[in-house]
Design a binder for this molecule. Sequence first.
Ligand SMILES: [Zn+2]
Length: 247
Amino acid sequence: MKKIIFASPTAVVGVTMFIYILFIGFRFLTVYFPSSTEKLRIAQESIPSASGERVDNLWAYYLINSENPLSRDFTVGLDYVQGSFMLDERCAGYARDMIAAARADGVELTVVSAYRSSQKQQENLDNYIERLKREGYNSSDARRLAEKEIALPYMSEHNAGLALDILTPDWWETHDDVTADFENTEQFRWLSENAHKYGFIMRYPKEYESVTKIIYEPWHYRFVGVYYAGRIKESGLPLEYFYKTNF
Ligand SMILES: [Zn+2]
């Protein structure tokens, strides 16, 4: 009978060593050069879980986006924040305190949008679609473009009374639209340093447009409570990721 030799002992040792070196090399690469998914996993694992007694305003800690719309029968009690602009009455006081604190530091925050009903949201969307059509887009392109910039009814944080759009008092003298230029203002710098103390986060960061599905909006602030606003700011993660890790 013919004897089959699969491998000599030296070859076995050689192959084992080779696999081992490959394995170590791979570990080295993933530890020292983590992929973006790996970085995210590490960031998420480093978030300690909430200690219940320190969490304030838990009612405001939830997701509203295209995958998590408000219910059709959503209603909210409102209170004034600035001029005719209103928020959920449970967080309007936090917004008023934030605006007053900024003023005490010599910075005027001008609210340009706050609560909008879902009906108003639909009207805004329809008006924008009509405007695009007048500019020459066909119906389906106009709708597609508009829906990229304006959330559908029930899917905007403004419909929940939890979001404020803030600009400078003289914004409209130099701009005819709300743009990312807002990040170059003293108002933005003040908000970046202080908004979390009043329970607000800049909700749509530049680096996470693919996660939030919303363009970078340095002017849009969302109330999530003081505890979570601080934690989210520290983590640098968008609410979508942070929320999944912390609930
Ligand atoms: Zn907004």
